[in-house]
Design a protein around this ligand. Structure first.
Ligand code: DGT
Ligand code: MG
Ligand code: MG
Ligand code: MG
Ligand code: MG
Length: 256
């Protein structure tokens, strides 16, 4: 059979042999959340309601898509690590759906948007480096923001003055300002703010009450039943060092 001039497109199909072995990362980031946070009176620099809402949404996404082996979130972003590509577009609906559970007195003024990007990482090392990059970003931003807002809220500086004060300072300088001027040991700030949130699958005991079927004289009585479920559990730990990966070898080495 003669080949059509379009036949060449089949060559592209041969190219995907490496893809099934690669990690696929989808990072979602809130669109213009600077404005969204202002409009919805987010606490500065960290609003624990907003972070818990993000975590809840990410857990929901993970429960819906079992292909996700680990997720990492900080600020207005979440990265989902997929074993392979899947349908991940349920994020915004979750955020709106669960809003009231976390922001009781703050009405949702307009629906948030999230941009998404997909990146393929070819090895465990590049995936770990990707997640380390996001956690390092969380640390750098949070340390800066913690001092920045302390200078404004507690010392009465304007944003411009606070920015000038921090220009050229190193991490050690910022720690020192927090300690000497605000009596704050940065290491005692909440872990979720400093480390972000890691979601991994863990076995947890789930207690439910069930109606007892038999014997007949016990009918209608309730009984607590404990069963083990695997759920996405939030951790606020370091993922840059080796300890986390040694403690959870199944994340990277589970073959399926
Ligand atoms: P983008 O992503 O280019 O559309 O623009 P933004 O404004 O979303 O910028 P981005 O993603 O680089 O930075 C996240 C913004 O979200 C940042 O302006 C601060 C805000 N944000 C995130 N979490 C919190 C929070 O807990 N409290 C407050 N006050 N703001 C937050
Ligand atoms: Mg963005
Ligand atoms: Mg941005
Ligand atoms: Mg954003
Ligand atoms: Mg962001």
């Amino acid at each position: 059979m003669a080949k059509s001039k379009f036949e060449y497109v089949r060559d592209f199909e041969a190219d995907d042999t490496c893809l099934p072995h690669c990690w696929v990362v989808v990072r979602l980031d809130g669109r213009n959340f600077h404005r969204f946070a202002e409009k919805h009176n987010f606490a500065k620099p960290n609003d624990s309601r907003a972070l818990h809402l993000m975590n809840k949404c990410a857990q929901t996404v993970m429960e819906e898509l079992e292909d996700i082996v680990i997720a990492y979130g900080q600020s207005d972003e979440y990265s989902f690590v997929f074993r392979r590509k899947s349908n991940w577009f349920k994020r915004r609906a979750s955020y709106v759906f669960y809003w009231q559970d976390y922001f009781e007195d703050q009405p949702l003024l307009y629906p948030p948007g999230f941009d998404g990007r997909v990146v393929v990482y070819p090895s465990n090392q590049t995936l770990k480096d990707y997640l380390s990059w996001r956690q390092a970003d969380c640390h750098i931003n949070n340390l800066y923001n913690t001092v920045f807002w302390a200078l404004i809220q507690q010392s009465g500086l304007t944003p411009v003055q606070a920015q000038e004060r921090l220009q050229g300072t190193l991490a050690a300088d910022k720690n020192e300002i927090l300690f000497s001027e605000f009596n704050t040991n940065y290491n005692n700030e909440p872990l979720m703010y400093r480390k972000g949130t890691v979601l991994i699958w863990q076995k947890v005991d789930e207690v439910t009450t069930k109606e007892v079927k038999l014997p007949a004289e016990m009918e209608g009585k309730k009984m607590a039943v404990t069963r083990i479920r695997t759920k996405p559990v939030p951790l606020h730990c370091d993922i840059i060092g080796d300890a986390f990966w040694k403690e959870h070898p199944e994340i990277l080495y589970e073959d399926s």
